[in-house]
Every structure is written in C-alpha cells, then in structure tokens.
Design a protein around this ligand. Structure first.
Ligand SMILES: Cc1cc2nc3c(=O)[nH]c(=O)nc-3n(C[C@H](O)[C@H](O)[C@H](O)COP(=O)(O)OP(=O)(O)OC[C@H]3O[C@@H](n4cnc5c(N)ncnc54)[C@H](O)[C@@H]3O)c2cc1C
Length: 417
C-alpha cells in the first residue's frame, strides 16, 4: 500500500515538502486551515486599488538556491525576474544623493576592490571590518561583531540586514546575519541578482505548486485546520480536525508546517520562538515613471525598498512594530510623501492599500534564534517545517524551502529504514 504523507499548512514550507514528496511517489494530503494556500506569501485581489497585490513584496536573490530549485520544480523559475546584473540603485532622501551599487556577475566579491562599484565614500578597509560577521556564532549580537555606524553601514549593511533579519541590525543574531552575508555579498554578484515574482506571489510560487500536486493525485483540503494529534507509542496515530479524525497507517508520516504559535499549541512542550516583528507594505495605484528601476533602495526615509510593478508602486518597511497602530490614512500619506521624493512621481495620494503583517517573522535575535527546533520531533513519524525552525537562516522563503526540503528528506529516510 502507498504510504500517505500529511502536510499540515500550505505555506511555502509545506508546499515545498509536499512537492518533493509527491515527486518521490508518496501519496500527499495537504491540510490548510484557511481557504487559500501561500500563508505569509500570497496574492489577493484588493478592491481599494482594484489590483491583485501581494501581502508583502518578497525579494529573492539569485543565491537563494533552494527557493530557485523549488520554483524550477513547479515550472516557474522564469517567473522570478530581475536585472541581468546584480545592480542596486539607491537614493538617500535626506541628501537627495543617488548611487548604484554594482556587484557585477562574478562568483567572487571583486566589486569591493573597485571604488566606482562600491558604496560611494567607502574604503576597502570598511569592508574588511565586516569580516568578523562572516563566521560569527548565532549567540553573538551583530552590534558586538561589526561597527554599526558609518557610511557603509548606513548605505548597505543596515538596509541589507534590516531586510533579512527584520530587526534593527545591532540587536540581530550575528550568526544569522553571517549566513546571509556568506550566501550573498561574499558569493559575488552572481548570488545577488535581485528577483521578484512580477506576476504575483501566488501566480509564481503557490498556485503552480497546487496544480502540480493535484496532477500527481494529491488531496488538498482548504478550511481543514488540524486541532490535535492522537499519539500512539512513539508516533502520531491520528490527526484530529474537529469532528473528523484521520487514522495513520504504519508507514504514514506527518509534516507539521504551521507557524510557531499553532505548532506549540498542537505539541505542548515544543520549544519555539515566542517573539515576532511586523512588516508593513504599502501599495499605490500609479504608473511608475519610465526610467524607474524595478527595485530602489531608500535610506533616510520611512520606507526602505520601493518596487515598481505595472500600474503600481509598492513599498516595504521592515521591523515595523512602531507603525502597526498608526492611523492608516496618516501612514499612507507619510509613505506617499517619501515615495514621491524617491521616484519623482508627483500628485495627491492615489488609491492605496496598506498591509500590516504583525507577526511577519520571528525576531532574529540570539535569544529567539536559540528557541528554534530542528525538523525531528520526539515522534518518529512527525517532522517540523517552517521558516522558524532551525534552518540557520532568518525567516525567509529560502529558509522555508530548506525546511520543507529537510522535512521531506527525513520522510524519505523513514521509508528507507
Ligand atoms: C510582509 C512580509 C514580507 C516578507 N518579505 C520577504 C522577502 O522579501 N523575502 C523573503 O525571502 N521572505 C520574506 N518574508 C518571509 C516569508 O514570507 C516567510 O518566510 C514564508 O512565507 C514562511 O512560510 P511558511 O510556510 O514557513 O509559513 P506560513 O506562510 O506562515 O505558512 C503556514 C501555513 O499553515 C497554516 N496553518 C496554521 N495553523 C494550521 C493548522 N492548525 N492546520 C492547518 N493549517 C494551519 C497557515 O494558514 C499557513 O497557510 C516576508 C514575510 C512577510 C509577512
């Protein structure tokens, strides 16, 4: 009889595990609590702007190998688009200065040796001072590992680490920051090409996975929230969904790919991160100027990254707990003022939407990082996945896919024993 793997949660972690296992001829059942797949990485139609928008602008880099392999496996790698070279235009809203960081296309970070390509007014020695971050332990603070001041910090290190860690960089885990730096900046421009799902997160990273799973005979159930486990000896014997219970066969397995709070409620005693940070995204219905780059780094303002999509300018603000209770209209006006300065667009506030994800990511501090569990549990047929599990990376798509792949590999290993 074919073994069944139950995937709980249809976010990127759950979907990547499901796709890997369906491709290995497992019978897959996906159970998602909500009516839509994608979790924190999804698109929806927004009536305020009359556009399909994403819950948040998601930036991938060409060095996110697991995420790209996942997109390849569902046939949508070409839907992740970006410039040919790893070039990042920036503007400083306090001075109006504009510059472009050109990381080139090499496998080595040769750009740091070229004054014309590195951050303006920085010296090679500034980059060398970042080296302690590269192999730092997860328990160390970024602020104790590198100087968190000066031009290089303000213009590159701060924006990069803020986006990756979703905390003010000095309070972040140097180990997590080091992993990001190793896999991006230190791997040269070929690992740093920015990539976005221009047609939308669901169209590129979610819906094709669902279609592929269905074509492999997977059963995908929405509005199907796992409420509890029935344990037998050292494994899961039953999945409880309110009225309904599903009994597991002896070779069956479960991948629990839900966020930390439901995971802790379902598995009392499970150690998980307990603190989270918000990300705010603002979307404005306006045609981007002709010469507008697809992604613009913004320093010295309220926003950090400005994305140009067809008919829309869209903004990301990380570590945004300070903004979650601000009146929406006031926030939209304040962000729009910065968008105008950064993009050169003029005019009154166009149709807009603000999406505030209060628990966008776990807090990437040493303290919270130490609470991340691995993929194995005390139960032999139950494995964990999620951006908050111990992936060695901050909460990102790349970390999510790695966690899903790891959980799937453990299920595969279980079949072989
Ligand atoms: C605004 C925002 C911007 C971001 N920007 C970036 C970025 O630029 N780059 C990047 O790489 N990452 C970014 N991220 C992070 C990225 O979105 C996450 O790391 C990733 O989506 C997490 O996926 P996941 O599957 O681990 O968890 P989730 O997406 O949270 O998925 C968990 C799923 O489990 C379901 N679930 C919960 N409880 C149950 C239950 N009991 N039974 C069944 N189902 C259940 C949930 O409904 C959900 O669908 C961003 C996140 C946000 C919110």
């Amino acid at each position: 009889m074919q073994e069944i793997v139950h995937i709980i949660g249809a976010g990127i972690s759950g979907l990547s595990a499901a796709v890997r296992l369906a491709n290995a001829n497992f019978k897959v059942q996906v159970h998602e609590a909500t009516q839509q797949a994608g979790g924190r990485c999804r698109s929806y139609f927004d009536t305020a702007t009359d556009l399909t928008i994403d819950n948040g602008n998601h930036l991938l880099l060409s060095g996110n190998h697991h995420a790209l392999a996942y997109a390849r496996s569902i046939g949508t790698e070409a839907g992740l688009v970006g410039p040919k070279r790893a070039q990042f235009p920036f503007v400083d809203l306090t001075t109006g200065q504009r510059w472009q960081l050109d990381l080139g296309d090499s496998r080595l970070p040769l750009w740091v040796f070229d004054a014309a390509r590195r951050v303006p007014d920085t010296a090679l020695s500034d980059y060398i001072a970042l080296m302690p971050l590269v192999w730092s332990s997860p328990g160390r603070l970024v602020g104790d590992a590198i100087p968190c001041k000066g031009r290089l910090y303000q213009r590159l290190v701060q924006p990069l680490l803020l986006a990756a860690l979703n905390v003010d960089p000095p309070e972040g885990s140097a180990g997590l920051a080091g992993a990001v730096v190793r896999e991006t900046l230190l791997s040269g421009g070929q690992a740093c090409r920015p990539l976005i799902a221009r047609e939308g997160l669901s169209a590129v990273l979610v819906d094709p996975a669902i279609r592929l799973l269905q074509s492999r005979g997977a059963d995908i159930r929405f509005g199907h929230e796992l409420r509890g486990f029935g344990m037998v000896a050292d494994g899961v014997g039953e999945l409880r969904f309110g009225e309904e219970a599903i009994a597991l066969g002896s070779g069956d397995a479960v991948v629990l790919a839900v966020p930390p709070r439901p995971a802790a409620a379902l598995l009392p005693g499970l150690k998980t991160p307990t603190k989270f940070r918000a990300i705010v995204n603002a979307h404005f219905r306006v045609d981007p100027p002709q010469n507008m780059p697809p992604i613009l780094g913004v320093v010295g303002g309220l926003l950090e990254w400005l994305f140009a999509f067809p008919q829309r300018l869209s903004v990301t603000i990380s570590n945004a707990d300070r903004l979650v209770d601000m009146p929406r209209e006031e926030l939209a006006q304040a962000i729009w003022r910065d968008v105008c300065k950064a993009s050169g667009v003029q005019g009154d506030l166009p149709p807009w939407q603000i999406v505030r994800e209060r628990r966008a990511t776990f807090e990437a501090t040493p303290e919270q990082n130490a609470l991340r569990p691995g993929a194995r549990t005390a139960f032999k047929n139950l494995f964990l996945a999620g951006d908050w599990t111990d992936t060695g990376l901050p909460a990102t798509i790349e970390g999510s896919v790695r966690s899903g792949d790891r959980a799937a590999d453990l299920v595969l290993a279980m079949r072989q024993t």
